[in-house]
Design a protein around this ligand. Structure first.
Ligand code: DAH
Length: 369
């Protein structure tokens, strides 16, 4: 690559034309072979480089010494040359334009490995789709919640011992606020039941997948972050047998039609009556094995009929928000359920340590690709 600048004997138009025509031809010629990053960088340095750049040399040698009357036409030519250099360089910055001339369509392509859903996400999506097929819509809510939505409206009064069953991670610096407005990391997806009922009038059917947080020490079966799918169905004449039928169908749809369900009395502040649901062991079919601790059953989810106190809290809040209190406990009823996605994922794939789901270890994750 030439680095010299042409001789210029005079500054008359003819000499200037000749000199700039030579330079222009040279720029065009060099620009043709700019196929590698190295070549582009050499081109840039040759013309635009601060020290050895030829435009700089031309400016120093000619523009400074030109007689006043030649400065204008010299300047115009100089600027046109500079614009050409910039233009050629910009054109090479376009990778497609650069490869177009070197593209060999007969070469095998570069295979890009596409990612896959994390097993937790795909399990959660599968659970959600079982309910979608039963006419449920999907809702989401915030992970940073207020005490009101996470507890108070769900019938966990202040200081109620049921709050202690959900080791809560609270946001710092909230003490000056009234309790109900204090922020915390939601300990379950149930607050989205309330958020949904504030926005929608009955009847409604909704599933809510999401991440929840508890102040639990991590071990093989506990993680301070985990996942739940919540469900809520509200309307007229919704009974406990609707709840049983819905969940029995959902478990069969998810785990296979041979699975049986059974319901045990339980307690949750926001449902009355409440139940724990067990499914027949998916590993031994109910005969008893190590996985089901030889009972033949596996506990999988909590559920119950929505406690009227929850509807009252919703009505109260709807009034505060200027909305009609349409959850009339004399006319409507509903059921709710909540399940842990992590445990179901672990059962489904035979994962024995919940930590693997959060470790980001590619050796583990690649097995799901
Ligand atoms: N929110 C409960 C928990 O995290 C789970 C649950 C139980 C949700 C019963 C429900 C329900 O909607 O009806 O422990």
């Amino acid at each position: 690559m030439s680095t010299a600048i042409p001789e210029l004997s005079t500054f008359d138009e003819q000499d200037l034309d000749r000199a700039f025509a030579a330079l222009t031809a040279e720029v065009r010629e060099q620009a043709k072979s700019l196929r590698s990053d190295e070549a582009i960088e050499a081109f840039r340095l040759n013309w635009l480089g601060r020290k050895q750049g030829r435009l700089g040399q031309i400016s120093a040698a000619w523009l400074k010494s030109a007689p006043v009357e030649a400065k204008k036409s010299l300047g115009i030519r100089f600027n046109a040359l500079k614009a050409l250099v910039e233009e050629q360089r910009a054109a090479t910055g376009d990778a497609d334009a650069r490869t177009a001339s070197t593209l060999d369509v007969t070469l095998p392509g570069t295979a890009h490995r596409i990612g896959v859903e994390h097993p937790l996400i795909s399990t959660m999506a599968e659970i959600v789709s079982v309910f979608q097929r039963m006419g449920y819509s999907v809702g989401l809510g915030p992970e940073v919640e207020t005490d009101f939505y996470n507890f108070e409206s769900l019938n966990f009064p202040p200081n109620h011992p049921a709050r202690d069953t959900q080791d809560t991670l609270v946001v710092a610096g909230q003490d000056a606020k009234p309790l109900r407005d204090r922020l915390l990391m939601r300990t379950h997806t149930s607050p989205v039941q309330i958020r949904t009922m504030l926005e929608q009038a009955p009847p409604l059917r909704i599933v809510i997948p999401g991440k929840v947080h508890r102040n639990d020490a991590a071990d093989a079966t506990h993680s301070p972050v985990f996942h739940q799918v919540e469900g809520l169905c509200v309307g007229t004449d919704i009974t406990f047998s609707d709840l049983k039928g819905t969940l029995d169908h959902a478990m069969k749809a998810f785990f296979g039609s041979a699975v049986k369900t059974r319901f045990f009395p339980s307690f949750f502040p926001f449902t009355e009556p409440s139940a724990d649901v067990q499914i027949s062991c998916i590993f031994c079919g109910g005969k008893g094995c190590r996985k089901c601790k030889h009972s033949g059953w596996i506990e999988l989810l909590g559920c119950g009929m929505v406690d009227p106190a929850v509807f009252e809290a919703v009505n109260q809040r709807r009034i505060e928000l200027g909305r009609d209190p349409v959850y009339d406990t004399k006319k409507i009823s509903g059921f709710a359920f909540g399940m842990g996605v992590d445990r179901i994922t672990m059962m489904k794939y035979g994962i024995s340590d919940i930590g693997l789901l959060y470790s980001g270890d590619m050796r583990f994750l690649e097995q799901f690709a």
